[in-house]
Design a protein around this ligand. Structure first.
Ligand code: GLU
Length: 441
């Protein structure tokens, strides 16, 4: 059965880049009728925070990316210890004692000689006595996985056929000096034991994938299908990494972006299919195909989220927004009329409050000098409220008769006097909502 996972480290809130990973894994699982696991990669106790775990769940729930199961790596440390023992017994795990400074020096030397900065495996040549001496002097070492120096090949779901020479990669450290198991090992053990069949993640993980394939094979697991999506850039192709903090999902939510707008954009961005606004998750699931995505960096422009949000809102029935309309203070008997008038004139639901303030308190009128007398004359003809759907027609007819004005010269000054704006919703529909006409007070 198809099983995917989204595996964030709870060291921060989710941002737009994480969402791309989460969404692709979610859609693959749902399309196949499989399982989507939320895996919290919290092996680093110093940087992992419960607050972030909660934030991650809130964001995924907001988006409707529901998971079938939650796993936490911190609950599974014994499994990783077991896998470590196995690798040790197999002779694929070795202790190394170089300090970060020593490793740095080695790398610099290699680079100076024009060689790739790959760990030289000096620790493998240590005798038992040398190891004991180092341990006595420096404490525990780190544990490295001994790669098999062969080519590592896989058919990537996005990048196509990949082949990496294991000799060009350093033996990965899987356990730190303080005993902390690192993501590379934990992830492999989890993917294997949880039956993960498909892993989609960012292309910054390609080298990890190469080493993980060998670790999975060493542990007797089944290698999942891998796909590495390109990284997102800003609209001009600039790196997004520095700005990702401002592209946190919680901030986009605060700014009024609608989940389906966000998901519709991200389910297509970087693929050969056009972005289409979907109003239901089922539509996104049906239309998703990972093979349509390309390997080139993908440009993301947050401004694209707002027209999509506006279009999404435009299609919503009153029931879907009734709570928000009530919250801004619109009386229930005016809610339907209010939504009819505002739905085409908002970008996010935050704009509802402004419209209601305008209708409730009246707008500061905008009256051009040459229209002063005309507007005064017209307002004198305005009947007392409450207004209804016919008020605009009967009033403007009366104004036309009294002043001889017609067309734009008649309507525009009245719109501006009543709403303070030169464009906006149909005035016949606005009138029943107007609680106050400021220009008259
Ligand atoms: N915790 C890892 C990360 O956030 C997971 C990568 C993976 O999907 O394997 O980068």
């Amino acid at each position: 059965m198809t099983t995917t996972r989204f595996a964030p480290s709870p060291t921060g809130y989710l941002h737009i880049g994480n969402l791309r990973t989460a969404l692709m894994n979610y859609l693959i699982a749902r399309k196949a009728g499989g399982t989507f696991i939320l895996r919290i990669d919290d092996t680093d106790p110093d940087r992992s925070k419960q607050d972030y775990v909660d934030g991650i769940k809130t964001d995924l729930e907001w988006l409707g990316l529901t998971w079938d199961r939650v796993e936490r790596q911190s609950d599974r440390l014994d499994r990783y210890a077991e896998a470590s023992d196995k690798l040790r017994e197999m002779g694929r795990f070795y202790e190394a004692f170089e300090t970060p400074t020593e490793l740095d020096l080695k790398r610099k030397k290699q680079l100076n000689m024009g060689k790739p900065p790959v760990y030289d495996r000096a620790a493998l040549a240590l005798s038992e006595a040398e190891r004991d001496a180092l341990r006595a002097e420096r404490g525990q070492g780190v544990w490295r996985f001994k790669l098999d120096h062969a080519r590592i090949d896989w058919a990537d779901g996005i990048l196509g056929d990949i082949s990496i020479d294991a000799a060009s990669v350093s033996d990965p450290v899987l356990i730190r000096q303080d005993g902390q198991v690192l993501y590379t090992l934990a992830s492999v053990v989890d993917d294997t034991e949880m039956g993960v069949t498909d892993v989609v993640r960012g292309s910054d993980h390609v080298t990890n994938t190469a080493t993980q394939i060998q670790i999975i094979e060493a542990l007797g697991g089944t290698v999942p299908r891998f796909a590495h999506h390109s990284l997102l850039t800003g609209p001009q192709g600039e790196a997004l990494s520095k700005r990702l903090g401002t592209l946190a999902l919680r901030d986009l939510r605060e700014r009024g972006v609608q989940p389906m707008a966000l998901l519709s954009l991200l389910a297509r961005l970087g693929s050969s299919d056009p972005v289409e606004l979907r109003t239901e998750m089922a539509g996104l699931i049906d239309g998703f195909d990972i093979s349509r995505f390309g390997s080139a960096p993908t440009k993301f422009d947050e401004d694209d989220l707002f027209p999509l949000t506006a279009r999404y809102l435009h299609g919503l029935p009153l029931e879907a927004v009734a709570d928000q309309i009530r919250e801004v203070g619109v009386p229930d008997d005016l809610a339907a009329q209010f939504w009819t008038v505002t739905r085409d004139n908002i970008t996010t639901l935050h704009d509802l409050a402004g419209w209601w303030t305008l209708f409730r308190d009246g707008a500061d009128p905008v009256i051009d000098d040459e229209d002063k007398d005309f507007v005064a004359q017209a307002l004198a003809l305005l009947p007392d409220g409450p207004f209804d759907a016919d008020t605009w027609a009967s009033w403007t007819t009366a104004v036309k008769q009294a002043t001889g004005r017609k067309g734009r010269g008649l309507f525009m000054p009245l719109r501006k006097a009543l709403t303070g704006q030169s464009h906006g919703p149909d005035m016949s529909a606005v009138m029943p909502l107007l609680q106050v006409v400021k220009a008259r007070d």
